[in-house]
Design a protein around this ligand. Sequence first.
Ligand code: BGC
Length: 269
Amino acid sequence: MAAFELNDLSGQVAIVTGSSSGIGEATARELGKAGADVVVNYHGEERNADAIVSDIRAMGRRAIKVQADVSDEADVVAMFDRAEEELGPVDIVVSNAGLQKDARLADMSLGDWNTVISVNLTGGFLVGREAVRRFRKKGLREHVSRALGKLVFDSSVHQVIPWAFHVNYAASKGGINLLMQSIAQEVACEKIRVNAVAPGAIATPINAGEREAHLDDMLKLIPHGRVGDPEDIGRTVAWLVSDAADYVTGQTFFVDGGMTLYPGFRGNG
Ligand code: BGC
């Protein structure tokens, strides 16, 4: 066993896509707290990205912001290039960027379908593929981690819970599940660990309207009795990418306050 702390990410470089708000932001901050240097990827929200970068730097880490659209192949390659140039080889990649475009099936446009699949699923493929390429190029750095690289996908409870009026989103997350498992199977022998977190209802901008209008209904679906905090997810990711989870690969961690326990069946079904 190496001499460093199992939960410590010191000396490692992490990219978190979509980290200018919500779960991505909390994840970037938690990785920084655990010792990692962090690339804060954003698409639109540059000002938030600046604030997050300066907060992570105030922790004594290195941090940069990089604009990239994860559904654009050239942008993804350029993001990894910038990360390597400015912070060095990348050890940790969190593919988090995602969005919703909700509509009834009959009213869902092909554009709504394509946007969600492009960002949530194709984005996951592009980021995951580039991560694996760069981990191989970097080589093993046993003084910081036993793994050649760690890749985590942000999925959703809706990779297993069907979601009416959100068929594009649910399909993208169902796809992430087999994308994650298939990559994990392909690269496990190289000491690259690939996992996912599947958040339930977390207080982020993606569901702000839903929380405002239907909080009581939402809480009925959460046995734990509260909407999750982004940090609930960030802490799970920080553990998953640390050597404390060195034997964990191909798994999805549902961080959902019990939403996937089908609470509607608590009585007699
Ligand atoms: C969605 C949220 C939703 C939650 C639980 C997430 O994946 O992005 O909008 O509140 O699942 O249904």
